[in-house]
Design a protein around this ligand. Structure first.
Ligand code: EPZ
Length: 431
């Protein structure tokens, strides 16, 4: 589904503006259901996943729309008429499970299909359910459907066994409207959590401690409408900076929060790549010649983000020396390895470690993307490779990057979209 051709070997030079964060937009759109007043969300990127989340809200009888020209979402959940989104929408995009928290604050019963696993792992939701149970929800499984019921949520104490981003988000949204105080310990600390808390507080919520592992939520009765701008996408920013380093050029990214990229910038500097902070919201990265091999381990924020692991591995494929990449967040996030090997990379997988022997260069080949960040990794590898690469499964790219081809073309990339998916027929599952 979706194919692009890339003519590699061209150093990229220029400035690219980073779009709003996909992983902040999705929970914030779901949280807009906490109020029955109009909510306007700005800087929301035009992504397949954003369209899917809008469709999920619409399937619940909520007024929701997206304007691609202004990159603005409007939501008015005056009424949440239905309590079960169509299973195929939940299956299509795991993040649609994030409607559970806000729906439990509006409905006594919610029926959601279990979001299946995907290319990068089983993706269970046990931590979501455990946290919401502590707030007064009861769960039963009925023929693959999760049936959530509550007489009314109330504040509680939750300790997350793992700092799950999605579980933290679902619990914050449910607790925001639950009478009483909720303490959430071992919470995820990602910037997208802070953005969600700031959004809910802009509607009258009372959340403190977001961004730390201990979050306190005071339930409030009523939320009012708001106009909110989501944070820039740190993963897109990191992907673009790596494009500068991989192609031996220099990319300047605007509209970034350097603080959100500290681990990437440190790791890039360790490879000898050129990394500059040009101002409070502008970064530049590039390279002259091959970068040095480094070891990399993904961890929850502020550790190195798993969502940049495939892209960074693409750089290490042509580094001088041997690197080891350790993936600790997902159990199966090496789908891009076999495809990079087709391009001449020398990579061996041993459990959750990948050992990469850097080669002087990669060569173009037909490759297939299995998930969103694998697609980004293959695009970066293709941009730096000699010859032409054909990337199929490019639909994954369009889930997480809006207009990326055009923006890269403007800085010298030779990319041709051979076939784009028909928006209506997209069935691929996204993570
Ligand atoms: C969010 O996924 C992001 N998605 C992912 O980005 C990101 O990779 C991930 O956080 C980690 O940072 C969105 O924000 C929409 P988790 P999420 O719950 O919430 C296990 C991308 O490319 N776990 O923190 O699903 C889980 O299996 C996507 O943009 C449980 O065991 O991530 C995984 O191993 C990919 N039980 C680990 O925790 C649970 O109940 C991290 O998952 C929940 C999670």
């Amino acid at each position: 589904m979706g194919k692009i051709l890339v003519q590699g070997g061209v150093p990229l030079h220029g400035r690219i503006r980073v779009k709003g964060s996909k992983n902040a937009s999705l929970p914030i759109i779901a949280a807009a259901m906490l109020t029955d007043e109009q909510v306007v969300i700005e800087d929301v990127p035009d992504l397949l996943d954003v369209r899917t989340m809008i469709n999920v809200l619409r399937s619940l009888g909520v007024e929701a729309s997206y304007n691609p020209h202004t990159e603005t979402v409007k939501v008015c959940a005056r009424r949440v008429k239905y309590s079960q989104p169509p299973p195929q929408l939940i299956q299509q995009m795991r993040a649609s499970f994030l409607v559970l928290g806000p729906m439990l604050s509006r409905k006594k019963q919610v029926r959601l299909t279990l979001p299946g696993g995907c290319a990068i792992g089983a993706r269970p939701v046990d931590l979501h359910l455990k946290g919401l149970t502590a707030l007064g929800a009861r769960f039963t499984i009925d023929q693959g459907l999760i049936v959530a019921e509550t007489e009314g949520l109330r504040g509680g104490y939750i300790y997350l066994d793992y700092p799950s981003v999605g579980a933290t988000e679902n619990i914050i949204m449910a607790a925001a409207a639950a009478p009483g105080a909720t303490t959430l310990e071992n919470a995820a600390t990602e910037p997208e959590i802070v953005d969600l808390a700031n959004f809910i507080n802009s509607m009258g919520g009372r959340i403190s401690g977001a961004g730390t592992s201990s979050i306190r939520i005071e339930g409030v009765e009523e939320f009012h409408g708001t106009r909110y701008t989501v944070i820039p996408d740190r993963i897109e920013a990191g992907t673009l900076l790596l494009a500068g380093a991989i192609t031996g050029g220099e990319i300047t990214v605007e509209n970034v929060v350097p603080e959100h990229l500290k681990s990437l910038l440190a790791k890039l500097r360790e490879t000898g790549a050129l990394v500059e902070e040009i101002g409070s919201s502008t970064l530049r990265a590039g390279s002259i010649g091959r970068t040095a091999a480094v070891d990399l381990k993904t961890l929850p924020y502020p550790g190195f983000p798993t969502d940049l692991q495939p892209q960074f591995m693409a750089l290490l494929c042509t580094s001088r020396g041997t690197s080891m990449v350790t993936e600790t967040v997902f159990e199966n996030r090496f789908q891009h390895v076999s495809e990079l090997v087709r391009m001449g990379a020398r990579i061996q997988i041993d459990g959750n470690h990948a050992i990469i022997q850097g080669q002087p260069y990669l060569t173009g080949a037909p490759v297939r993307a299995a998930d969103l960040r694998a697609a980004a990794a293959l695009l970066l590898a293709a941009l730096g490779a000699r010859g032409v690469t054909e990337i199929s499964g490019a639909v994954h790219l369009w889930r997480g990057y809006s207009g990326l081809e055009e923006r890269l073309q403007k800085v010298g990339a030779r990319i041709q979209v051979v076939s784009a998916p028909d928006c209506q027929k997209r069935e691929q599952r996204s993570c």
